[in-house]
Write a protein that binds this ligand. Structure first.
Ligand SMILES: Nc1ncnc2c1ncn2[C@@H]1O[C@H](COP(=O)(O)OP(=O)(O)OP(=O)(O)O)[C@@H](O)[C@H]1O
Ligand SMILES: [Mg+2]
Length: 154
């Protein structure tokens, strides 16, 4: 089941993401897609709070940040990656295979071939010219665990 949620403000996006964070258990991978300023980091801030993590840095130069709350959360941002070789050297596969971690990836399209088959894809779209704060958040699960979580959110 796919789910589309309309968010009308940044704090709504955070609240939706916090709800998701409360449902997640490791191992789990969340892949985020959407243009600059679409709300990916805002979403991760909420998701982290749902895991019991308060401080999310914006990983401008560090491509991978590690946080600890109830679980370990890896925050990956592939924005600065230009070719797939660089991704290979990041060791993403190790993160994805960590049984004790949740991994969330901004600009996941840049690492698409490396993403695991079982994951939750989330697309962020600006929804309206009238209200610049509106976003569609589109959740697309792959695999039974992600399916189950999206069902709980719906
Ligand atoms: N409904 C909304 N959901 C999320 N962010 C919103 C919303 N409305 C307004 N905003 C604002 O849009 C901006 C989103 O920035 P954010 O850093 O989360 O985007 P991003 O997708 O991570 O961008 P980048 O690709 O540059 O990392 C923030 O300034 C936030 O306050
Ligand atoms: Mg960001």
């Amino acid at each position: 089941m796919e789910l589309r949620i309309l968010s009308r403000a940044a704090r709504e996006t955070e609240a939706i993401a916090e709800g998701l964070g409360k449902l997640l258990t490791p191992p789990f991978v969340v892949a985020l897609y959407g243009e600059l300023g679409a709300g990916k980091t805002t979403f991760i801030r909420g998701l982290a709070r749902g895991i019991g993590i308060d401080q999310v840095r914006s990983p401008t130069f560090t491509l991978i940040n590690r946080y600890e709350g109830r679980y370990v959360l890896y925050h990956v941002d592939l924005y600065r990656i230009d070719d797939e070789d660089e991704i290979y050297h990041l060791g993403l596969t190790e993160l994805f295979e960590d049984p004790n971690a949740i991994t969330v990836i901004e600009w996941a399209d840049k690492g698409y071939p490396y993403l695991p088959d079982e994951r939750l894809d989330i697309y962020f779209e600006l929804s309206s010219d009238v209200n610049p704060d509106e976003r569609w958040i589109h959740l697309k699960p792959f695999g039974s665990k992600a399916e189950y979580i999206v069902k709980l959110m719906g």
